[in-house]
Design a binder for this molecule. Structure first.
Ligand SMILES: [Zn+2]
Ligand SMILES: [Zn+2]
Length: 422
């Protein structure tokens, strides 16, 4: 990676240092990533990974804390002067997988593989810590590095918070990035939703006012399934469409906005006096989310079930792998600010606009951190289409162009510097 043409920015000298320092450690970071890739550990079992990370951070001279809510590591870089407190989160766990991994540094742990890029996230987190620790004398403020276990099973962030993470550190802002199938060297995000929301919408009826229960169930299911506003087959359901120049998430004419999808499975809950029919919905934005219950209620008012209808509402909790789901929401003001700062340092082309919302209802448990601290979640390109490398997390052929490691370290170190020197 060469140096970038820089526009006017008051921190240019620091950004230049970041680029030089990143270039100097790139080979060693790629070694780190390959080592982690060879020795992947499942959620909750990240013992050796955490040990490796803690050792690395100690060697950089950071204050290190371990074992908060599992195999976590916190590195604290205190600048020479007081200033803002910025946190960077990297996740460390791997996935159970039997898919063959084509790289020469494939996993030595049978059935376990870094198939979501958390080895790359960890290497980038260590890279940022390394680069910024070189600037320690200039740093005005504090940088917290949060290396999180158990992201894949949606437990780690919650466990860390429950175990006192925010007693130990009090960040003003928090950031994270995830590998995505965009080309390496690009980063993207948007205010509010990056991933769709996933909610259970429930229609509840009074049994006493229903003549034919089976009919109510079948009519409710029809009404719920008609909420889906994308064709049940077609490009929307193909992961590759996300990157399509005309209808993908980067296009103003994207098909990935203002959508609702409805899962086929529609459970019925029968109680003594009530019967509830529900559907699991994937929703692209809060406006649709908020307006839907009223819309469904109106439809039911004219359906002949007006008297029997008790409520139309979202279940208070939806679950991911048995854990309470929390919607990832990027702080709108902060998102616009950091995108404009990154463009000002590295140019518009590395930060392509994002118009669509990814229809993945699982999200990332970074949302639990964001609930406490305003923050932004980035997607970071890891693909190289010319080389046939497609960084689609969890896909059998998931692979990463390692050039995203130095670009990630550079961009996100600069991002943190921009936040420290606002
Ligand atoms: Zn994953
Ligand atoms: Zn992941």
């Amino acid at each position: 990676m060469g140096s970038y043409a820089q526009t006017q920015n008051t921190n240019n000298a620091l950004h230049l240092e970041i680029q030089q320092e990143t270039a100097a450690i790139t080979d060693s970071l790629i070694k780190v990533r390959r080592y982690l890739h060879q020795y992947p550990e499942l959620s909750g079992a990240e013992e050796k990974t955490a040990h490796f990370v803690a050792q690395y951070l100690r060697r950089l001279g950071l204050e290190v804390h371990t074992g908060i809510g599992g195999h976590s590591v916190i590195g604290i870089l205190r600048g020479a002067q007081n200033g803002p407190k910025i946190a960077w989160r990297a996740d460390m766990d791997a996935l159970p997988s039997e898919d063959p991994d084509g790289v020469p540094f494939a996993s030595k742990h049978p059935g376990v593989r870094h198939q979501c890029g958390h080895d790359v996230h960890t290497a980038i987190g260590l890279g940022i810590a390394s680069v910024l620790s070189k600037q320690k004398k200039d740093v005005k403020g504090t940088v917290y590095f949060i290396f999180q276990p158990s992201e894949e099973n949606y437990k780690g962030a919650n466990a860390m918070i429950a175990d006192g993470l925010f007693d130990l550190i009090q960040p003003d802002e928090i950031y994270a990035a995830h590998i995505s199938p965009m080309p390496s060297g690009l980063i993207a995000t948007k205010p509010d939703y990056v991933f769709a929301n996933y909610r259970q919408l429930k229609l509840t009826f009074e049994k006493s006012n229903i003549a034919d229960v089976e009919q109510v169930i079948s009519d409710s299911r029809s009404i719920l399934s008609e909420l889906q506003n994308v064709p049940s087959e077609g490009p929307f359901w193909n992961n590759r469409t996300l990157l399509d120049p005309n209808i993908g998430v980067g296009s103003p004419t994207t098909i990935f906005k203002d959508y609702i999808t409805v899962e086929d499975n529609m459970p019925v809950e029968e109680k003594e006096n009530t019967i509830a029919v529900s559907a699991y919905l994937t929703l692209s934005n809060p406006t649709i989310l908020d307006s839907l219950p009223t819309y469904v209620e109106r439809r039911l008012q004219t359906s002949g079930y007006a008297n029997a209808l008790k409520s139309v509402s979202y279940a208070s909790d939806t679950f991911v792998y048995g854990e309470q789901r929390k919607q990832l929401i990027n702080d709108a003001v902060l998102t616009k600010e950091v995108l404009s700062r990154l463009s000002s340092v590295y140019g518009d082309t590395v930060v392509p606009p994002m118009y669509g919302v990814i229809p993945d209802g699982r999200g990332d448990d970074f949302s639990f951190f964001q609930e406490r601290v305003p923050g932004v979640y980035f997607l970071m390109g890891g693909s190289n289409f010319e080389k046939g490398i497609i960084a689609m997390p969890h896909a059998p052929n998931f692979n990463v162009d390692e050039s995203c490691i130095p670009s990630g370290v550079t961009f996100f170190s600069s991002l943190i510097v921009e936040r420290l020197y606002q």
